[in-house]
Write a protein that binds this ligand. Structure first.
Ligand code: GLN
Length: 489
């Protein structure tokens, strides 16, 4: 029973709770037990508060027994990437800089989860400050891919992806700046959804690159991703980039849409660098849509394929160099114990607190923003960003959505790319353009390699057209059973 339960979609768990077949306390206990059983190998969690989670589950049962359940998701656990604030819980961003930091407040998404009765379960490992594609940049050590513990789960939200994959949480929230939800979802064989920029509040999300960061969801099914998105989305006056738009009932809407759709396939996304096994699986998925009556159009996106990664690594590093200036040992973060004066304190605190990749990006970011180089790098990257957005908008005139691989390769070995930042950066070649253009994207499982590693299909939607994008992703999911496979561990 317990192994079944931990892999059940939230939609079904919710029905069981409502029918009285299951209590929230039993459900929470199943995830706690599973976490104790496997997390010493998976290492998805930085920390968790078992007693607090079980107490919240009992409180949910109490509400339900009085007919006062807070909604469909009352009493269901949700894992959180260790970059999203929960009052009274650690918020480390997997950095030594914040190793002892406890958040004094809730992020807006946390407030919304709590209002829905969901139980924030644990702090999930990540690349330090969300910089990376493998979770190896965590100051607390890497997370393992539940399908093969010698491989990475992807990143930066590797812990959030691995926890759902390994049955340690039914759903989780991560953040996606250049692919950090979709790429780990692909490498772990689950669903990962990055919403349109501005749909979900960033208040209480520790900032990496503010014009790109967006909170999104990990789940076993598209419907679960939609349920969780509906819970956390919506305008927030505390985030000036949050969009004033109404939040549809995504799980109802996605069932009302049935195609056939006009689907674009960017031809440049199938060129050099794409592992042939991944290419073949994604082409089969495209054939599935064709056979279900969709119109498949080859489109060309030369700007995005050629320049997205370069533009991203200028814009993201520029923004992070500014956002991370606050961690100086005075206002926030680790304070060096042996500084002789104030300036020395800043230098030593930052030198000791930040890891190698974060330092690399701060240095790059301050360089591209420095006078003399600003026009040549930062300003030019912003212009390229506009061209990339224009390119997406142009293809969207003739397509409802785009299909592509999520990641050029399946999960790679832990250690394989750590000494080659460029190889690591190329992991996001198919996801990064989506962030630069502010679009929604979702990765759904679309097969396995001969070696048994999951493969992801990316569906890219039009701004705020999540219902359409989710319906397209679900059409594929309903015709396949990849999402029903789970690692044995
Ligand atoms: N891998 C990309 C990076 O290292 C994206 C990270 C993210 O989306 N947070 O910047």
């Amino acid at each position: 029973m317990a192994t079944e339960l931990i892999f059940e979609p939230v939609a079904r768990l919710s029905a069981r709770l409502a029918a009285g077949e299951l209590s929230s306390a039993e459900l929470m206990q199943a995830f706690v037990d599973r976490t104790h059983a496997v997390d010493h190998r998976v290492k998805a969690f930085n920390s968790f508060d078992e007693a607090g989670a079980l107490a919240q589950a009992r409180a949910a049962d109490e509400r339900r027994s009085h007919g006062r359940a807070l909604g469909l998701l009352d009493g269901i656990p949700v894992g959180l990437k260790d970059v999203i604030a929960v009052e009274g819980q650690p918020l480390t961003c997997s950095s030594k800089m914040l190793a002892n930091y406890v958040s004094p407040y809730d992020a807006t998404v946390t407030t919304k989860l709590k209002a829905a009765g969901m139980i924030p379960w644990g702090r999930l490992n990540m690349d330090e400050f969300a910089m990376g594609s493998s979770t190896e940049n965590s100051a607390f050590g890497p997370t393992a891919n539940p399908w093969d513990l010698t491989r990475v789960p992807g990143g930066s939200s590797g812990g959030a992806a691995a926890a759902v994959t390994a049955g340690e949480a039914p759903v989780s929230l991560g953040s996606d700046t250049g692919g950090s939800i979709r790429q780990p979802a692909a490498l772990c064989g689950i669903v990962g959804l990055k919403p349109t920029y501005g749909l979900v509040s960033r208040y209480g999300l520790a900032a990496f690159a503010s014009s790109l960061d967006q909170i999104g969801t990990f789940a076993h099914t598209v419907e679960d991703a939609a349920l969780l998105l509906g819970t956390v989305a919506g305008h927030d006056p505390r985030d000036s980039t949050s969009f004033a738009t109404s939040v549809p009932d995504y799980s109802a809407e996605l069932k009302q849409r049935s195609g056939p759709w006009r689907l674009g396939v960017p031809k440049e996304f199938f060129g050099a660098g794409l592992d042939p096994e991944i290419g073949a699986a994604v082409k089969q998925a495209i054939d599935f849509y064709r056979q279900s009556g969709c119109e498949i159009r080859e489109v060309s996106m030369p700007f995005t394929s050629e320049y997205a990664v370069a533009a991203y690594y200028i814009i993201a590093t520029a923004e992070c160099s500014s956002n991370l200036a606050r961690y100086d040992g005075v206002r926030y973060g680790h304070r060096s114990a042996d500084a002789s004066n104030a300036v020395d304190l800043y230098f030593k605190s930052r030198a000791e607190g930040f890891g190698e990749e974060v330092k690399r990006r701060i240095i790059l970011g301050t360089y591209v923003l420095s006078s003399g180089y600003y026009d040549a790098y930062y300003l030019r990257a912003q212009k390229v960003r506009t061209l990339i957005r224009d390119e997406f908008m142009r293809v969207f005139r003739e397509c409802d959505a785009l299909l592509s691989p999520t990641s050029p390769t399946a999960a790679f070995k832990i250690g394989e790319k750590v000494s080659d930042p460029l190889a690591m950066y190329l992991n996001d070649i198919y996801t990064i353009g989506v962030n630069l253009a502010g679009l929604p994207g979702i990765s759904v499982p679309c097969g396995f390699t001969a070696g048994g590693l999951p493969i992801g299909l990316q569906v890219i939607g039009q701004p705020f057209k999540e219902p359409e994008m989710l319906a397209i992703a679900r059409a594929y999911e309903q015709g396949h059973e990849w999402h029903l496979r789970h690692p044995s561990l």
